[in-house]
Design a protein around this ligand. Structure first.
Ligand SMILES: [Zn+2]
Length: 273
């Protein structure tokens, strides 16, 4: 499942704009410090490495994105420029650049006079994101099957094996990140920077959606769906692979509780009456 690891039990409370959940600033340093929050050594590559974009310049961006992908930064978390500048030991202008990039990608929401927050996609936005993935990902599969070589399939199999190993050791953060990166890897192999960018945005937003709307009672996601997609692609069965991918995305969306009415008005009388 993609950060799509919709099966995980680390559900956050529902957050809506303006963000309700504001992690204390001191936590940001911990969240972004993998040594503090990820005691298990992380052998896996970072999202930036997966995408070949892990340059020094993108380091801060990649670390924040990784924290989102691993559910260490949750929707509604306030990102304070000054604190982030301290955490990463750079000036605020540099942080502002990163936040602007993340805001442009929809990962961060900027609220005038309040600052920047990890986005809290609405139910409507969540449905649009899945709709976009259902359009994009079959096209990626079609393109990849037409050009993939044996080395690329070996890499896909290795990635799925890494996911399986993370599940077996109970490393939920790695499972979440790796499952999201599976979809990014397909986009990367298609070798189209605009599509990689699009897939990365959709995958990151899916992570946030899962945090917001994951049903706490759903059973663990089946572990075999990525494997089946890779095998169908490897056998050149394009339509079967596309069908499996669409089924996979349907499954992820179905495990989420998107029944909440977006415009549902909070009943203040009921709350305070
Ligand atoms: Zn997936």
């Amino acid at each position: 499942m993609s950060c799509d690891g919709a099966c995980l039990d680390n559900r956050s409370p529902f957050c809506d704009n303006p963000p309700l959940t504001v992690i204390r600033l001191t936590r940001i340093a911990h969240v972004l410090n993998s040594e503090t929050l990820s005691p298990a050594p992380r052998k896996a590559r970072s999202t930036g490495q997966i995408l070949g974009t892990g340059s020094t310049r993108d380091g801060i961006y990649e670390r924040i994105l990784n924290a989102v992908m691993e559910h260490r930064l949750i929707p509604g978390t306030k990102l304070v420029e000054e604190k982030l500048a301290g955490v990463f030991q750079v000036n605020r202008t540099r942080i502002r650049e990163v936040l602007a990039r993340l805001a442009h990608e929809g990962i961060v929401t900027t609220i005038p006079n309040r600052g920047a927050f990890i986005a809290s996609p609405s139910v409507e936005e969540a449905r649009h994101i899945f709709q976009a993935r259902r359009i994009l990902e079959p096209a990626l599969i079609r393109s990849l099957v037409a050009k993939a070589d044996s080395q690329q399939f070996r890499r896909l199999h290795a990635h799925v094996a890494e996911e399986r190993a993370a599940r077996e050791t109970g490393d939920k953060r790695a499972v979440i990140r790796l499952s999201g990166e599976f979809h990014l890897l397909i986009a990367q192999m298609v070798d189209s920077p605009p599509l990689v960018k699009l897939m990365r945005e959709l995958s990151s937003l899916t992570c946030l959606i899962i945090l917001l709307y994951d049903s706490p009672n759903v059973p663990a996601c089946p572990n075999h769906e990525h494997t089946e997609i890779v095998e169908a692609m490897e056998q050149g069965e394009v339509e079967a692979a596309i069908g499996l991918m669409l089924g996979h995305l349907d499954h992820i969306e179905a495990t989420l509780d998107l029944s909440l009415e977006d415009e549902a008005e909070v009943d203040l009388h009921a709350i305070f009456g």
